[in-house]
Ligand binder design. Structure first.
Ligand code: MG
Length: 402
């Protein structure tokens, strides 16, 4: 017999244990022992998410039955009539994950049990190697291999390669300049050197981070094909989704995409057309567990695998939710693991999953199995850092997507 509860409070907790601003939503119920936590992190605009959670979702949800997850998700999404978008989706995700956390606590089961049980014993993950140069990439990849990793995402000179752009017009705008041609050249050189050094003993992937024009993306995918990548990520931006079919037809390189998507029309099209091999949603940006479970089933039908986004701008709760979904779905391909997950994350998020030899392990506590220690969280308040890395420019000074 399930307990009958009502939601009594919905709060947003902001913290930056590793210097990156995070938002966690806590949903409290009429039983003080039963509460849930969820990730609502949109780090660049976190105060807007807090406003939606506390000023709009809280009054809408207090008094409602936390057991009715599906109904709460649907009504929260349409209650303001205007829907989707990163601010609303993240806010709803915070509540949605918290309700699943409550559900698991009431059932006395970890989420992966509610999702049908484990499909695998642990979650295979990849880690980043962000190198300054080709030489540095060789050393960093060796260091990751020595630390037990066998799947590594390699970037040389940051997204788009930050080689000095010396042919700029005079008196140009400030910004992070990059040269797509130089970027392609350095990255190809780098991957050739990596394969020469490491052979096929390590799985490699690379994130283009939407820095190429469509025809360059097609040519680059073909040239990268010989380095046998796990996947090539975000070869194009969401605004150019219609080009993915052409990239796919031009090359056998596996394609991954999706961290920026927040509208069902975007991922439906990519999956239905088999335009990508890996869907890489940022779970909170997509609206939380409720929609993402359906998307995983949808991916499974079409033979598309998942590689959920696992960056530093995700709370410990968000990392654990990704692992629960990944460990229990046949559609799973690989999971991203962030280099920003360090000691402070484990202090603020007790129960946070850990990694050994490239595998993520979850605990078997009920619900998400991760809490937020509010006292520890308060030791690391939000930093409100500027987000200059997004202010990208091409050599002629024109603004580019980050
Ligand atoms: Mg990415």
């Amino acid at each position: 017999m399930m307990k009958s509860l009502v939601i009594t409070d919905v709060r947003a907790i902001c913290t930056a244990p590793e210097g990156i601003d995070l938002v966690v939503v806590k949903v409290e119920t009429s039983d003080p022992a039963i509460y849930g936590v969820g990730c609502a992190t949109f780090t660049q605009r976190y105060r807007a998410v807090v406003t939606v959670v506390e000023e709009y979702l809280k009054p809408f949800l207090v008094g409602k039955d936390p057991a009715r997850i599906e109904d709460i998700w649907k009504t929260s999404m349409v209650n303001g009539y205007w829907r989707n978008g990163p601010i609303l989706n993240n806010a709803i995700s915070g509540v949605d994950m918290a309700l699943w956390d409550i559900k698991g606590k009431l059932a006395d089961m970890p989420l992966y049990e509610l999702f049908g049980g484990k499909c695998r014993d642990a979650v295979p993950a990849y880690i980043h190697a962000d190198a300054a140069s080709v030489e540095d990439a060789l050393d960093l990849v060796q260091a990751r291999i020595d630390a037990g990793w066998s799947r590594i995402r390699v970037q040389i000179g940051g997204y788009g390669g930050s080689v000095p752009v010396d042919n700029r017009p005079q008196g140009g705008q400030p910004g992070v300049y990059y040269d797509p041609r130089q970027y392609m050249k350095t990255t190809l050189e780098g991957f050739r050197a990596l394969r020469e050094r490491f052979g096929d003993t390590v799985e490699l992937c690379h994130d283009v981070h939407e820095r190429l024009a469509p025809s360059d993306a097609i040519a680059f995918a073909r040239k990268m094909e010989r380095y046998d990548l796990l996947f090539l990520e975000d070869v194009l931006p969401p605004e150019q989704i219609m080009w993915f079919d052409q990239v796919k037809r031009a090359s056998t390189i596996p394609l991954a995409m999706g961290e920026l998507l927040n509208n069902p029309q975007e991922w439906m099209q990519l999956v239905q057309n088999r335009s990508v091999d890996y869907l890489r949603l940022h779970i909170s940006q997509a609206g939380g567990i409720t929609p993402v479970r359906k998307i995983m089933a949808f991916c499974e039908m079409y033979g598309v695998r998942t590689a959920w986004h696992g960056p530093g701008d995700l709370s410990g709760v968000g990392h654990a939710v990704g692992a629960h979904l990944s460990i229990s779905s046949p559609a799973f391909g690989v999971q991203e693991w962030s280099c920003s997950i360090r000691e402070n994350t484990y202090k603020v998020f007790p129960g946070m999953p850990y990694v050994r030899n490239g595998y993520i392990y979850l605990n078997d506590r009920p619900g998400i199995g991760v809490d937020i220690d509010e006292e520890a969280a308060a030791v690391y308040p939000p930093q409100d850092r500027p987000h200059d890395w997004t202010l990208c420019r091409l050599p002629d000074g024109s603004a580019a997507r980050p």
